[in-house]
Design a protein around this ligand. Structure first.
Ligand SMILES: [Zn+2]
Length: 352
């Protein structure tokens, strides 16, 4: 046959060669797959096997006359099915081997176990709960409120009008002119009194915000405030309650003293000091040689506050106090920088 003649069909020898290749394909791929150990390698070999001879066969089909086409087509299908079946079988075998290996894995039951490392509550949460628990034993109920407050609840109702100098004392984060990040938990007391009639006996724990930032002040910190309103409540009730608290929290020997002070929302007002737990009151560096540590503020609720919430100041009296939770935790655990509580360093937090 002259080379220039267009081939009517693939030469018989070429066709025979192609059929031989297709015929041998299943055995060849099986041998190759047997040596492969990963799913990716198996899929790769499968793709290569189909690409070469099978693409060649498909090209031959397009040129071949009818009967030859059927022969090639049948051989192609057989080869393709065989390659796919071989690959699937190999993948299945690999999966079985992996499972067998997992099941054969020796477990040394004499090895010591790996202890789980459970987390624990943050020290501030622990201290807050301890404080709240002591007051709950005394019959106080927990009251909570939002951290973003109205000017009325945070200042106005607490006898701190707009031009009051006390507003300078509390460097405030203002959201708008009439909305603030609460500077104390006292607005929760206002909310409680607006909601219910006396008697009131609540403890208000929560986060508060001021524009302070130094080793003993943080922009965000936690307070617990207490409020008791009833008939004939006296300063002696306040002092007795706080004395019970510090002795339950710090230890039985602790003493308490009130120092006259001023807060717009209490009259009279008192700073609360307890005897220094580090030196027993003799005087040391931590109490600045005074023998006393300041722990909070307190006083008898100002009649103006009762008027703001619609209580009759002639009929009821009450006391209120506020304690800093971080301050309590710093004193109880000897921590000297408030910022350590919020840095999230587990080496610090793990100690408590
Ligand atoms: Zn001291």
């Amino acid at each position: 046959m002259a080379r220039t003649d267009p081939p009517a069909a693939p030469p018989a020898t070429d066709l025979d060669a192609l059929l031989a290749v297709l015929d041998a394909l299943p055995a060849r791929i099986q041998a190759e797959l047997a040596g492969l150990g990963t799913e990716a390698a198996v899929r790769d070999a499968q793709a290569r096997a189909l690409k070469g001879p099978i693409a060649e066969g498909q090209a031959a089909i397009r040129q071949a006359p009818g009967p030859t086409r059927r022969t090639i087509g049948a051989a192609l299908n057989k080869a393709k099915t065989a390659v796919e079946a071989a690959a699937a079988a190999r993948l299945q075998a690999l999966a079985r081997e992996a499972l067998d290996a997992e099941l054969r894995r020796q477990i040394d039951v004499s090895l010591p176990g790996r202890a789980p490392r459970p987390g624990h509550l943050h020290i501030i949460t622990q201290v807050r709960r301890d404080i709240v628990d002591i007051f709950r034993e005394l019959g106080f109920e927990i009251a909570e409120g939002p951290q973003v407050e109205t000017d009325f609840n945070n200042f106005e109702a607490l006898n701190i009008p707009k031009d009051h100098p006390a507003r300078d004392m509390q460097d405030t984060f203002y959201v708008t002119d009439d909305v603030v990040l609460r500077t104390h938990t006292s607005p929760v007391q206002i909310r409680t009194m607006l909601r219910q009639q006396p008697p009131v006996k609540v403890i208000c724990p929560g986060q508060v915000y001021r524009r302070d930032d130094d080793p003993t002040h943080s922009r965000m910190f936690s307070q617990v405030e207490g409020l008791l309103v009833d008939r004939d409540v006296s300063m002696a009730d306040l002092k007795g309650t706080l004395l019970h608290f510090v002795r339950r929290f710090f230890g039985p020997g602790v003493k308490l003293r009130f120092r006259p002070s001023f807060f717009p929302f209490t009259e009279p007002s008192a700073e609360v000091d307890m005897s220094c737990i580090f030196c027993g009151g003799k005087g040391c560096r931590l109490c600045k040689q005074s023998g006393w540590l300041e722990i909070g503020g307190s006083g008898m609720v100002d009649p103006e506050v009762f008027k703001a919430v619609g209580y009759d100041p002639e009929a009821v009296t009450g006391y209120a106090f506020g304690l800093g939770i971080e301050r309590m935790a710093m004193l109880r655990h000897g921590v000297n920088d408030i910022r350590l509580y919020y840095e999230g360093d587990v080496r610090f937090l793990r100690q408590f």
